[in-house]
Design a protein around this ligand. Structure first.
Ligand SMILES: Cc1cc2nc3c(=O)[nH]c(=O)nc-3n(C[C@H](O)[C@H](O)[C@H](O)COP(=O)(O)OP(=O)(O)OC[C@H]3O[C@@H](n4cnc5c(N)ncnc54)[C@H](O)[C@@H]3O)c2cc1C
Length: 177
């Protein structure tokens, strides 16, 4: 399953799932600033002040990232040892791996997720719970919508729960299948 439009904070929680999961994520060491995107939380999107802060912050981050990259490239050209490498790709990687440290949790972090049925069910159960964080709960809900369409026998027992804040959760009478 390809997930995009999701933040680094979501994928940080996602990769805690180990048994039966595989992840392949866009690398911030190989992919540079031209493709930088940021994910706005719904709490910010609905509030003009928070939305403005978000926009200012991501503009600032983009500028800082570019300035940092330019500075590191200049240092690299001057022969700074820690930034040195033999191949062009490695040179770029050395710059990006240093520059990315300033990126916030709201940086977009697309990921391909594969999992076996048991692992998906465990994920839907824990991350579709009302106690799960909103963004990962939404990812669990969207995953459920895909999985229940392609394999209704395996995922059809999950029921959609409508939560008071307008978001959705998941519930099943068979959490330990
Ligand atoms: C609402 C919520 C709040 C959370 N809050 C926090 C928090 O505050 N801090 C924090 O650090 N984490 C937190 N987590 C993450 C949580 O602790 C787990 O790391 C995460 O949910 C992955 O669950 P898991 O280990 O059961 O999953 P998986 O890694 O998918 O494992 C599934 C099951 O397989 C078994 N298993 C996995 N690996 C092994 C192994 N090597 N050997 C034997 N058995 C294994 C275990 O029984 C495990 O339960 C939270 C999770 C949720 C859903």
């Amino acid at each position: 399953m390809l997930w995009w439009g999701i933040s680094r904070s979501l994928t940080h929680e996602l990769v805690r799932h180990r048994a039966g999961f595989g992840f392949s994520q866009v690398s911030q060491r190989y992919v540079g600033g031209k493709t930088l995107r940021f994910v706005e939380r719904p709490e910010y999107a609905g509030d003009p002040y928070l939305h403005q802060l978000f926009e200012d912050r991501i503009d600032r981050t983009q500028q800082e990232y570019e300035a940092m990259t330019d500075y590191l490239v200049a240092k690299q050209k001057d022969g700074t040892e820690i930034l040195g490498a033999e191949h062009k790709t490695d040179l770029r990687k050395k710059v990006r791996q240093a520059a990315r440290s300033l990126l916030p949790n709201e940086t977009e972090a697309p990921v391909v997720v594969t999992a076996n049925v048991r692992a998906w069910r465990h994920f839907l159960n824990t991350r579709g719970s009302e106690h799960a964080e909103t963004e990962i709960r939404r990812a669990a809900f969207e995953s459920y919508r895909c999985l229940s369409r392609v394999a209704p026998l395996l995922f059809g027992d999950f029921k959609v729960v409508h939560l008071p804040d307008g978001t959705h959760g998941l519930s099943t009478p068979f959490p330990k299948v």
